[in-house]
Design a protein. Structure first.
Length: 212
């Protein structure tokens, strides 16, 4: 029996990937690392901010300015206010899921709470939101998923993770958890995630049945 369903946040609950990566691409270009929005989406998906900054610095050949991360987070928050939407079908899917749920993401707690509030999803997860920043372990390290399971009294082998990135899929596997790979029907995601995840799904309408 499934004891806990662990959701990633960006790209699984909220349609934030294009918004966030576009902001990051613009900031990277201003730092001398020319990265287009489409490239940024593939390059930075599933990475921590520190890993994104390291790649930008590698490409530019110099360190980013001192307030780079704070400036990027502020620009993202502003963009989310006007453009962020919930992933299509996620409200109905959550209403139909009978198992306990939580969120575990590489993002900061403030960012997750902000996005979930904007999309009217916070009520499903309040008090059950886990950030890699709180434990100092980012996917693909399994520590975040194991921490969430322990905090909510669930056996890892009885947890199911819903992810849209290779780093998240690898973290779930390392934690001994079953993982469902969400592709949103994107051909690139189907090809990429399919290399390491046997259970792919393409619409949130499918999710409740996969969990039952």
């Amino acid at each position: 029996m499934t004891e806990l369903v662990i959701f990633d946040c960006d790209g699984v609950l909220v349609d934030s990937e294009n918004i966030g990566k576009s902001v990051l691409a613009q900031a990277a270009t201003q730092e001398g690392a020319a990265i287009g929005a489409d490239e940024a989406l593939q390059l930075f998906r599933g990475l921590s901010m520190a890993e994104c900054v390291a790649e930008i610095e590698r490409r530019s050949g110099r360190r980013v300015h001192d307030n780079f991360v704070a400036d990027v987070r502020r620009a993202m928050a502003t963009a989310f206010e006007s453009d962020l939407r919930a992933i299509e079908g996620i409200h109905a899917a959550l209403a139909a899921i009978t198992r306990p749920v939580c969120v575990a993401s590489n993002g900061t707690m403030a960012k997750m709470e902000h996005m979930l509030r904007l999309t009217n999803l916070l009520g499903h997860f309040e008090g059950r939101i886990f950030s890699a920043y709180d434990i100092g372990a980012w996917k693909p390290d399994p520590g975040l998923f194991l921490h969430a399971a322990q905090a909510l009294g669930a056996e890892p082998s009885r947890c199911i993770v819903v992810e849209d990135s290779l780093s998240g899929i690898r973290a779930a596997h390392a934690a001994g958890m079953r993982v469902l790979g969400y592709t949103a029907g994107d051909a690139h995601a189907i090809s990429e995630l399919g290399t390491e995840c046997a259970d792919l799904f393409h619409s949130m309408d499918e999710l409740p049945a996969l969990l039952s």
